[in-house]
Design a protein around this ligand. Structure first.
Ligand code: RIB
Ligand code: CA
Length: 299
């Protein structure tokens, strides 16, 4: 039986690739996309979530979440994801209007499913999950597990020398989530930078049989254009789906961590702390990319 999953997302080029992969995964049943401000503002991440579902021809709800971080000014990543959040890649209009109230929708969905049945994948800042913990903790406890892309342990950050974007965008939310004792697996840059697409991969996708493959190829090519140097690009958010589908490709450790919630340059950085967290610290990058390519190609 496929696992029912909620995907919390700020699409976002790599979010879109991750969602296409999840929609094609036989082990998963996507219940809906909750959106959060992150790579770009909430209205755009929400519209992009609808565009992704429209292109894939999948009818599940999109539910607006937080328009900004818990306790500080947000910042976007349009330099990487473009002013439309999808690298300028043409995508169809959303079929259905989004709903409001991501936290209550998450809670109601968790309550209407058996306890321990539903997974949550987070691909952006953790503001919505922190809101669920704050406002509907009894529902949060019904989660089977959370797999979150975020943080950097031994790897350099991508916002500052030690901070990664999803955690730097809302450090208070990240700290709240790590402190909650959820069944959480964190996938940091230490792993996601080792799952990389090359031009040959995007060429194969763009020649692929499915619109999702062609769109994913175009999205990753856009990523090449918006970021500098190198002959490959890391696929951060898809690693969340790949760990769910093929955990044997990843090596996880238990770490004691916390999140820098100062106003300093490393706000959002992971460091030694009291929170015990399962962290993916290794991956067979080639096998993970191969699985992603097969899912996007519909295999
Ligand atoms: O640091 C990578 C993360 O930040 C990814 O989720 C990407 O989409 C951006 O949101
Ligand atoms: Ca993201």
């Amino acid at each position: 039986m496929p696992t029912p999953v909620i995907i919390d997302t700020d699409p976002g080029i790599d979010d879109a690739v991750a969602i296409f992969c999840a929609l094609a995964a036989p082990s998963l049943r996507v219940l809906g996309l909750t959106t959060v401000a992150g790579n770009i503002g909430l209205e755009t991440t929400t519209a992009n979530a609808g565009r992704i579902l429209s292109l894939a021809g999948v009818d599940v709800p999109v539910i607006r979440g937080a328009a900004g971080p818990l306790a500080r000014a947000g910042f976007a990543a349009t330099d990487v994801h473009g002013n439309d959040g999808l690298g300028g890649v043409a995508m169809p209009d959303p079929v259905a209007a989004p709903r409001d109230g991501a936290v209550d929708w998450m809670a109601d969905t968790l309550t209407s499913h058996p306890e321990g049945a539903v997974d949550l994948f987070t691909l952006g800042p953790l503001t919505n999950l922190a809101g669920l913990l704050e406002r509907r903790p009894e529902a949060a406890r019904r989660l089977r597990r959370v797999i979150a892309m975020g943080g950097a342990v031994d790897e350099r950050g991508n916002v500052s020398p030690r901070a990664e974007f999803n955690f730097a965008a809302d450090p208070e939310a990240a700290e709240r989530v790590l402190a909650a004792g959820l069944p959480l697996t964190l996938i940091p840059l230490d792993v996601t930078r080792r799952v990389r697409a090359r031009p040959a991969d995007t060429a194969a996708l763009r020649a692929g049989p499915r619109p999702e493959a062609r769109a994913a190829g175009a999205l990753i090519d856009a990523y090449f254009l918006t970021t500098r140097g190198g002959d490959s690009r890391p696929l951060h958010d898809p690693c969340v789906v790949l760990l769910a589908e093929a955990p044997q490709l990843f090596r996880c450790e238990t770490r004691l961590l916390d999140v820098d919630t100062s106003d300093g340059p490393d706000a959002g950085a992971l460091g030694p702390g009291p929170h015990q967290v399962t962290v993916a610290m290794g991956v067979d990058g080639a096998a993970a990319l191969d699985l992603l390519m097969r899912r996007l190609m519909g295999q």
